[in-house]
Design a protein around this ligand. Structure first.
Ligand code: HEM
Length: 410
């Protein structure tokens, strides 16, 4: 007779990945915990009938992300995708997030100094000014209003636009194209069109900077001077870098600010503790990153050699999802993982992934998040939800999980 573990594993093998979130909008799919307990590397079915492995233990997820035997190249046979749109997105996103070393390292190196700690500290006054300005506008409008529209979405768009040297007025167009591109449920043609428009628009901006890079202080002007002019890279390559940085830089951080704010509004005791003790700020932000793990289907991998992960042999050519959301809810590393706890200081979380593709923009994301949560509740002490939590809607069909709107009052 088969034991429970076999039954659970077989049952899940026939379900199509990705799984829904019946445990509520902030909880991972129930399958993650079940599979982690009985079969931490599980074979799942994808939309096109192909199969891929999903990894649900923190240890295995880190092992895959840290291994040189997995590729992020979507053109390799066996590279998995969660939908037809996602297959097109990955292939049309030939920036370094979808390249293996040494190409990946060559491009990433061009940007490392832009995200160094010192550069981030220099940005702090600008971020504070932007936050103050957005809160002034909220106060001017008066409650209630949608926090996503008035605050969590515009702030990272303003910051990344300033860093790249892209006019902020373009954010509606760029934001819409970027969201369409990341929507798993869009039709492949619509995704392709959004990519084309976004790249054409950024191409024009870069062309203008080639004609006149000004003082060369913004990132794109610097890339023009240091990389395009000496012939190290082409304009098209810089367009793809710009497109990656814009998409990665605004949607992610915007979503994290929205969901982080929601967590504190749902946990008033912890919010009061944070107000009273600013030394909890860094730990609170890490816990928001761990708890929500917004990049919920982070980049797929395909094995380039036969590799043992835990007790499971993954063969060359097989697709894998190292699920960072599941890893960040692994009780072996994070006791009571489904509880939001700002005291936890979860240094080992993998919300920014791990290994060579670990998020390049994480110092910027941390700067924005820590500055927001050091200012928001001081300026709006009465901030609270204007609707019951149950009335909120969440988007799980994008590469980045997010709350659609957050009606607040104060
Ligand atoms: C809370 C905010 C953010 C989260 C949770 C996040 C998460 C991630 C994750 C999980 C990856 C790895 C994907 C993979 O494994 O393939 C990644 C990569 C990346 N992120 Fe972020 N990110 C955030 C903000 C940002 C910002 C603000 C930027 C910069 C503008 C940025 C730029 C990038 C880039 C360029 C990569 C590709 C790195 C590489 O392939 O070497 N991210 N991010």
């Amino acid at each position: 007779m088969q034991n429970d573990a076999d039954v659970i594993a077989r049952d899940h093998a026939e379900r199509e990945f990705p799984f829904p979130r019946p445990a509520g909008p902030l909880g991972p799919p129930l399958e993650y915990a079940r599979l982690r307990a009985v079969q931490p590397l599980s074979s799942v079915k994808l939309w096109d009938g192909s199969r891929a492995w999903i990894a649900t233990r923190w240890e295995d997820v880190r092992a895959i992300l840290g291994s040189p035997h997995f590729s992020v190249d979507p053109f390799r046979p066996g590279y998995p995708s969660v939908s037809p749109a996602r297959a097109v997105q990955a292939r049309s996103r030939q920036a370094f997030i979808n390249m293996d070393d040494p190409d990946h390292a060559r491009f990433r190196r061009m940007l490392t100094k832009d995200f160094m700690q010192k550069r981030m500290s220099d940005l702090r006054p600008m971020v504070r000014t932007l936050i103050d300005g957005l809160i002034d506008k909220m106060i001017e409008h008066g409650p209630p209003l949608d926090f996503v529209e008035y605050f969590s979405q515009p702030l990272p768009s303003m910051v990344i636009s300033a860093l790249l040297g892209v006019p902020y007025e373009d954010h509606t167009k760029l934001g819409t194209w970027s969201n369409t591109r990341n929507d798993h449920t869009a039709s492949p043609e619509v995704v392709q069109e959004a990519v084309r428009k976004m790249e054409a628009h950024l191409g024009l901006i870069i062309e203008r900077k080639e004609a006149d890079p000004g003082d060369g202080r913004d990132m794109l002007s610097r890339l023009v001077i240091e990389q395009i002019r000496p012939g190290h890279v082409t304009r098209e390559e810089v367009v793809r870098i710009a497109s990656l940085l814009y998409s990665a830089g605004h949607g992610t951080t915007g979503s994290q600010i929205g969901l982080g704010t929601l967590s504190l509004l749902m946990n008033p005791d912890q919010r009061a503790e944070l107000d009273a003790d600013p030394s909890l700020l860094a730990s609170a932000v890490e816990e928001m990153l761990r708890f929500h793990t917004i990049a919920h289907f982070n980049s797929a991998r395909v094995a380039t050699a036969d590799v043992m992960i835990g007790d499971q042999l993954i063969r060359a050519g097989e697709g894998v999802y190292p699920l960072i959301f599941a890893a960040n809810r692994d009780p072996a590393v994070f006791p009571n993982p489904d509880t939001f706890d700002i005291h936890r200081n979860p240094q080992e979380h993998v919300a920014f992934a791990y290994g060579i593709h670990q998020c390049l923009g994480q110092p910027l994301a941390r700067l924005e998040l820590q500055t927001v949560f050091s200012m928001l509740f001081k300026r709006l002490p009465g901030l609270r939800l204007a609707v019951p939590v149950e009335a909120l809607t969440f988007n799980s069909t994008s590469q980045v999980y997010r709350v659609e709107a957050l009606p607040v009052t104060w």
